[in-house]
Design a protein around this ligand. Structure first.
Ligand SMILES: C[S@@+](CC[C@H](N)C(=O)[O-])C[C@H]1O[C@@H](n2cnc3c(N)ncnc32)[C@H](O)[C@@H]1O
Length: 225
């Protein structure tokens, strides 16, 4: 089925959150990074401003700035209402309350929208839908990231995940996936099978992160060649 904008609920995180989720220290962040499913995150813009190399891939990059802006406005109230109904599922230490959360997410998405057209021209935002093959050479990137997409959308199935992560591992020397929870905030049912599969060929490790916003969302999967 074609990727539809009215099925997308845009929600973007910032550079500081990416650094914490993915444990990107100074040496990691200076490497060539690919973000898969980066959506409307401000990670790419902020990292680029600091002189780092980040290329983001997402199916939403087929839409115009105006279409994305409109969709962000349409979904904002619904998402915040859902957050309000589920405050107990989150750890309110770094982000103190719902107002702060809304501010952080909306400013990240505003920054993304302002950068979007320039970033597309500079090929920093590339329209791509996993698990499709990319016309990019093997090992082009040092690190490939997936935040709040892979392992979370378990309904996409095991084969989708294996194919998507395999394509990431073709173009990246290392892949990091965060968090290891599904959409209900439970441990992803995918995780053990995915680890078993990639352990055959690669070094696979689960790391604890200091970052934890969703309760239990403090684990990072690292797969290295
Ligand atoms: C919850 S958002 C996370 C955005 C960003 N990674 C962040 O953490 O701020 C999930 C993203 O996955 C993207 N996505 C959905 N299907 C995808 C696919 N088949 N391949 C790559 N990205 C996809 C969506 O468009 C959306 O931008």
């Amino acid at each position: 089925m074609a990727f539809q904008l009215n099925n997308v609920v845009p929600w973007g995180r910032n550079l500081e959150e990416y650094q914490m989720m993915f444990q990107l220290d100074e040496s990691d962040i200076s490497k060539k990074i690919a973000g898969f499913g980066d959506g409307p995150a401000s990670f790419n813009y902020e990292a680029t401003q600091k002189g780092y190399s980040v290329t983001s891939f997402d199916p939403i990059y087929q839409f115009t700035k105006e279409q994305l802006q409109q969709r962000i406005e349409e979904t904002r109230v619904t998402v915040m209402k859902q957050m309000e109904e589920n405050t107990d599922s989150f750890v309110w230490t770094n982000i103190k309350n719902l107002d702060e959360l809304e501010d952080i997410r909306m400013s990240a998405m505003k920054v993304f929208l302002e950068d979007y057209e320039k970033g597309k021209q500079e090929k920093r935002y590339i329209y791509h839908e996993l698990p499709e093959g990319l016309s990019i050479e093997d090992n082009t990137f040092d690190i490939g990231l997936s935040s709040h997409f892979l392992l979370m959308y378990t309904a996409l199935g095991y084969d989708f995940h294996i194919q998507a992560i395999s394509e990431m591992l073709r173009v990246c020397k290392e892949v990091r996936i965060f968090p290891l929870l599904d959409l209900a905030g439970e441990d992803s049912e995918m995780i053990q099978d995915v680890i078993q599969y990639f352990k055959e060929k690669y070094t696979v490790e689960i790391r604890d992160t200091e970052y934890e916003f969703q309760k239990g969302g403090n684990k990072l999967l690292v797969i290295k060649k």
